[in-house]
Design a binder for this molecule. Structure first.
Ligand SMILES: [Zn+2]
Length: 377
């Protein structure tokens, strides 16, 4: 019996599959096709190269707190050290929580004042254990700590060390898959041509080298090169003007690479793109027909094969630009949160003026914490 679809990776026939995300689910994209990738290949990708790509981008996703295409929350980054050596778990949205008990002591006139800090009450017994190790004669018990516990929320005064690891063969295989999926979803007849066998095998089995298909940006991509929906879009494109089949895959508004899927294509010219806002706060939140000029996007032959010093400078500028946009976003979010919190607090006896004063006090505290940080840079 003839199967209705042909897998663009294994070139074998199959019935409707569960559905392959053109761009990986963790990126918050919703375009799914049941016609391009068989279930076996999908499950292989899901436990290998999709994971590698997700890991490489996890810092960006964590900070933005963007959800998956099927809704799931992003990762919590565990054990991130700050400039003072304290470790934090960073929850989605870049929210830090102390990951292990911290003990701080201070000499006072008639003894020592000891303060224990924990991220949540699950760490309470752990704290007692650590405190008794710290001062063995004190005989601190759980009840004593429970009686003295206070909850505090504030702004971090230190800086967190985040080290995104962009690149690596499996990361690039995952990245190339999104572009090859895009080609398959638009024109599976083209994706099945023999000129794509090399990239097909690299994505499927890792055979060959990423150097054949990937280039690093050699300069900061100008803003008019790539269409936008928001500050943090993913953009995938693949096109051919004859002979080469090139494209671009860019994540979170800038973390991108230039790609070449084939260099001996003989068919008609084509151009496909996919643009997704992972925060989904724009209308539309994604488009399968973004308007872009393939001559203006960064070109494969202008890119670098290896990430040397010049490349590092470019990607540092890209990450800095991301952090500036992220900082603007988080300031807006925090201001909204402060106002909502006060307006929704249940105290019926408060006058509008009193609420206004409280909001002003909290905003002042927030602005002061940011100004202190700026002075430290
Ligand atoms: Zn397959």
């Amino acid at each position: 019996m003839i199967k209705p679809h042909t897998c663009i990776y294994e070139k074998v026939g199959f019935e409707d599959s569960y559905g392959e995300h053109i761009l990986q689910n963790f990126l918050g994209a919703r375009w799914v096709s049941k016609k391009i990738v068989c279930n076996e290949a999908q499950s292989q990708f899901g436990s290998s190269i999709d994971v590698a790509l997700e890991k490489g981008l996890q810092e960006f996703r964590n900070l933005l707190g963007s959800k998956g295409g099927r809704g799931g929350d992003g990762p919590t980054l565990k054990g991130i050290s700050d400039t003072e050596g304290v470790k934090y778990n960073l929850k989605p949205g870049g929210i830090p929580e102390v990951s292990a008990p911290v003990i701080k002591s201070q000499e006072i006139p008639f003894g020592t004042h000891i303060k224990g800090i924990i991220g949540n009450t699950k760490q309470l017994e752990w704290l007692v254990h650590e405190l008794n190790k710290y001062c063995p004669n004190a005989n601190i018990d759980l009840a004593q700590i429970r009686a003295n516990i206070t909850s505090e929320q504030g702004y971090l005064e230190s800086y967190l060390h985040l080290q995104p690891t962009i690149g690596g063969a499996d990361y690039f295989r995952g990245l190339l898959k999104s572009a090859f999926n895009l080609l398959g979803a638009n024109a599976s007849n083209i994706a099945l041509l023999p000129c794509f066998d090399c990239v097909r095998n690299f994505i499927l089995n890792g055979s060959g080298s990423a150097d054949t298909f990937i280039r690093w940006y050699s300069s900061f991509p100008e803003t008019d090169m790539i269409p936008i929906l928001s500050n943090f879009d993913h953009f995938v494109c693949v096109y051919s003007n004859g002979c080469n089949v090139d494209g671009l895959v860019q994540f979170f508004g800038g973390i991108g690479h230039i790609i070449r899927l084939a260099d001996s294509y003989e068919g008609e010219k084509f151009k496909f793109g996919y643009l997704v806002n992972p925060l989904r706060d724009s209308e539309p939140a994604e488009t399968r027909i973004p308007d872009f000029n393939s001559a203006l996007v960064p070109q494969f032959d202008d890119g670098y094969i290896k990430p040397g010093q010049e490349v590092r400078t470019v990607y540092k500028a890209i990450i800095d630009a991301f952090l500036i946009k992220y900082s603007e976003l988080s300031v807006n979010k925090e201001i909204c949160r402060i106002i909502d919190e006060e307006i929704n607090s249940n105290d019926q006896n408060e006058t509008i003026q009193q609420i206004g004063v409280k909001i002003a006090e909290k905003l002042a505290l927030f602005i002061a914490s940011r100004n202190n940080r700026k002075n430290e840079i």
